[in-house]
Ligand binder design. Structure first.
Ligand SMILES: C[S@@+](CC[C@H](N)C(=O)[O-])C[C@H]1O[C@@H](n2cnc3c(N)ncnc32)[C@H](O)[C@@H]1O
Length: 280
């Protein structure tokens, strides 16, 4: 038998709070998911149920920083190396040569890339490997990558740049050999870390896409905004795309996830391919 999802004033207020802070929509169909993700917190405070936990959280009766922890738990951080591979082909075959063409002898042009919902860094480091490979093939340019995410836990993981074998299955073997180091540290057994030369080019920071201004350059060559718009309502999607478009240089490229191409409607962008948009 179908049961209607649990709705109470605390749950409704919690949903509104998460939406206003993160842009993430939590429709009634996600009640079970929220309960599952908050279970650890309910247990940590030895509370009887989610309802009591939410009442305390919303009433400010839990320690400082609890809301931060909750936001971390609510975000979905699924990612992988070379996810949606055609974007990395486009980076190698179209964007890198285009930037290299801006270089002058002795003055390599700098390609700026922003991974705007970076999760634990696989997207940003995949891009770094692709760009380093383009340089090895003789394209003359320099590059700098910024990865940002709302989840502080993910930002810390991305900075650590340590990945388990199960996460490395989508990395081509030659890139695995060139850009990952396995560690002798027993706590890192079975894991591999991105080499320092690549880590130096990729910085990560905590950033909320709901903010009205971002401390990010306004001449970025390519922004990865992938698998994040799906969590936002239509008005939020539009605002985020518009704000990010303001950080692209003319001719710069915005990449969205394959489930998200239909939501990009901005007069500042023209569609080049289904998920690839160029600043006009
Ligand atoms: C599903 S992951 C996508 C990761 C990567 N872009 C990819 O496609 O593999 C979505 C990420 O967006 C982050 N996120 C959610 N809301 C956000 C917001 N308001 N501002 C910045 N990041 C946010 C989450 O923490 C999560 O790590």
């Amino acid at each position: 038998m179908l049961t209607s999802p649990v709705r109470t004033p605390h749950r409704d207020r919690f949903r509104d709070l998460i939406h206003s802070l993160t842009g993430i929509s939590l429709p009634p169909s996600k009640v079970q998911m929220i309960d599952q993700r908050l279970r650890r917190r309910v247990v940590a405070f030895a509370l009887p149920d989610t309802e009591t936990y939410l009442e305390r959280l919303l009433g400010g009766a839990l320690p400082d920083g609890e809301l931060r922890t909750v936001i971390d738990l609510i975000t979905t951080n699924t990612t992988s190396f070379f996810r949606e591979a055609d974007h990395f082909d486009y980076l190698a075959e179209v964007i890198a040569p285009r930037v290299a063409a801006r270089s002058r002898p002795g003055h390599p042009a700098r390609l700026k890339l922003w991974s705007a919902a970076a999760s634990e860094g696989a997207e940003a480091y995949s891009a770094a490997m692709v760009l380093e490979e383009a340089r090895r093939r003789g394209h003359d340019f320099d590059f700098a990558i910024l990865g940002t995410d709302l989840s502080q836990r993910m930002v810390e993981r991305a900075i650590a740049a340590v990945y388990g074998q199960d996460q490395l299955t989508t990395v081509p073997p030659d890139l695995l050999r060139r850009y990952f180091l396995s560690s002798s540290d027993p706590s890192l057994a079975g894991k591999a870390r991105i080499v320092p030369e690549l880590r130096r080019r990729v910085k990560f920071r905590n950033l909320n896409l709901m903010d009205t201004r971002f401390p990010v350059d306004r001449d970025v060559d390519v922004i990865f905004l992938r698998n994040i718009l799906i969590y936002f309502d239509p008005a939020t999607k539009e605002q985020v795309v518009e704000r990010l478009a303001g950080h692209l240089r003319p001719g710069g490229i915005l990449l969205v996830g394959h489930a998200e191409s239909m939501v990009v409607r901005s007069s500042a962008l023209r569609q080049v391919k289904p998920t690839i948009f160029q600043k006009t």
